[in-house]
Each structure stands twice: as C-alpha cells, then as structure tokens.
Design a protein around this ligand. Sequence first.
Ligand code: GLU
Length: 424
Amino acid sequence: MSFFQNTLDLIEKASKLMKLDLNVKEILSNPNRIIEVSLPIKMDSGKVKVFRGFRVQHNDLAGPYKGGIRYHPQVDMEEVKALATLMTFKCAVVGLPLGGGKGGVIVDPKSLSLSELERLTRKYAERIAPFIGPEVDVPAPDVNTDAQIMAWIADEYSKVTGKNALGVVTGKPLPVGGSLGREKATARGGHYVLSEIVKEKNIDPKNTTIVIQGFGNAGANAARILDEDGYKIIAASDSKGGIYCKDGIHAIKAIQCKMEKGSIHECTIGGAVDYHVSKGATCQRITNEELLELECDILILSAMENQVTGKNAAKIKAKMILELANGPMDQEADEILEKRGITVIPDILANAGGVTVSYFELVQNQMNYYWPKDEIQQRLKVIMVNGWNRVKEVAAQYKCTLRMAAFITALSRLSELMKLRGSV
Ligand code: GLU
C-alpha cells in the first residue's frame, strides 16, 4: 500500500472512531494544491541536467502551510502528498497556528558538487517563489536538507520578490535569522515526550536499552541527548547499515566517527582508525534489518517511511517505539504491535518538536527579536508535554492506540476550526 493511501486510511479510521463529520474527513483527505516544477541546472561539466521538484500544500486553515523539503533520489509526488498531510495533523496535535505542506526534489545530493547543490536549490526556490512566503507557505529542512540550503532559499526568495523576507523558510543558520535550539528540536521534542512516559512508568534510564534506526539530524541528536540521560544505546544505523555494541555506544564519538567516515556502519573498533565509539571492548556490524529485530527496551525510528511493516512487525522485540521519522510504520504493523502490547509513540506527536521550534523561528523573524536558548527549550517543553497529555487523555477516552488518539486530537481541532471558519 502506498504511503499516501496508508495516511488516508489512518484519517478514515480515526474519523470512524470519533464519528467525525464526513465533510471534514473529505476535505482533509485531499491536498489543497500540488505544484510540480522542472529544474534545469547547468552542471559543472557544462551539460544541462533537468531535475524535478514538488511542493504540496495540504491545508492552511490553521495558518500558513508548513513543512520541510526533502532531497532524495526516491522522492515522488505520492510520498510528498503523504508527508504534507501528516504535517497538517502534526501541527494540529500540538496546537500550532500552522497548516501542512511538504516539498521534495528527486536528487541524490551527495552526487552533486556544492555549487551544483546551490544552483539546484536556488532554481527550486525561484520556481516555487510565487507560491510560498512568510504568510503563505514556509518550508524547512527535512531528509538531506540543512541550514545552508535554507539560507540559499531565503536569499533567492528575497531576490526574486525584492523584499528581505527571511521568514520564508525556517531552520536557517543563526546569522540568517535562525533560532537557537532548532537543530536539535526534533530529537529534544521526542525526548520530552519520552521522559514523561518514562516517569509515569517508573522506568530507570540506566537500565533501559535503546536501538536507533537512522543517524541523521533526528537520530544522532536523540542519541546524544539519551546518552547524556544515562540510557544505554546498544545499536544505531544509517542507510549503509548499522553497528551493535552490547556495552553501549558513546554518542558523541559515534557522531564524530560518522562525520569522518561517512557512515556509522564503518564505526566498529578495530578499523584503521580507532574511535572507541563502543563503551565496551567490541562492536559488530549489523544490517538495518537485523537492527530492527534486536532485543531492546526502546526502538527509535528516525530514518525513512515504511520501515516496520506487516512483514517484520511480528519480529520486533522492543517494548516501546518512538517515531522520530515520518510514517516509519504502516497500518498492518500498527495492528500487529497493538496486539502484542508494544507502545508506539506516533510520529505526528513524537517528532513535532522540529516544526514547533520552526514556529518559534517564524515568530522571532516576524518580531525581529530573538529569544535565548533556555526560553526556546522551556516553550518547546510546554507544547510537547501538553500535546502528550492531550493524546494520552484521548487514548483513555476512546480506548485506542496513541496513533489513533493523536489523529483524533488533530481532527477535533481541525474540525472545530473548519466549522468556525465556515468551510463545512
Ligand atoms: N521536516 C520536519 C518535519 O517533518 C520539520 C518541518 C518544519 O519545521 O516545518 O516535521
């Protein structure tokens, strides 16, 4: 089943549970606008290559469309539609005054030189410029895009429109109007929710093992924060594969090693350079498949969509799953894990920290006044903990999974908004 269809099915299922007005469900099952652009770029060789890019604007009733831009060779329109839809729900779960959107370019950015990457980014910004803006649609980083890419978009948009409009994107570098705390926000937001659950269940981090799939912005920062808390991270992976270190992984050294060697898969002890990423004597290489099936207390999914499916859900041995990626699990897996009593903290709540600090960035850009880090973290904590408490209450009320409760929470907010604005 496609990722978009899976997302529509989740909306359908939650709508039935809460007996939602069918008109609301119908509106939210269709993105408002779909943009496809061609991006002709002169490569360093002098040859012109045409790339394809997308921007999907799902819904803007709560505020400007908001969501990242992904650079990946497997990006397609259906995927971007699903991700844009999830953004509308994500913003609604935590109550942000923002809508949902997402963008993507079909490209492997690692195959481009820095100047090719800049030209591609500027062309994409130029092509979507008529459709975005600080009050219209505000992109941000996602898979394989970063603060530098956001700076180029802000600069190009400002040139095209003749205005200094830094608030057109979030996740920018600090000197270009970025916010303190944005870089780690996705991981930190997930950590705030996890900490509430750990407190409620009386779990001691020191006796808790963690496995992390995905070692990009979300996964690597989660590793760092959880390592500081005393959790034992026993395995981590990226797209090339993973490592399993039974005595624990030293997060900061693992991040350093990945930066130098290109993949966490290269970071076992005994290679040419000894990084000692393991807290014990040894580490072994494992595949991503093996990593998902490791015995552990908490599995963090921070890679791509559709990683835990009907095919491998029965083999998952974690007691709890934290979804820092978008859509890492399909519905079949959801049902299997529910029956097996495995708690899943769903993406639209667990990874909402990123867009929440993006919201703070937008607010700071509009005020042209910047908050200190403590203030950002405190505000983020309040929003994440409130979101968790609401979802928990709804789960108890409907006797449903946390995912269904998160969708119901979002749908009730969106439906109230639609009624007040007169859309239904
Ligand atoms: N790409 C991130 C997400 O999927 C952040 C989006 C944003 O900050 O707008 O939530």
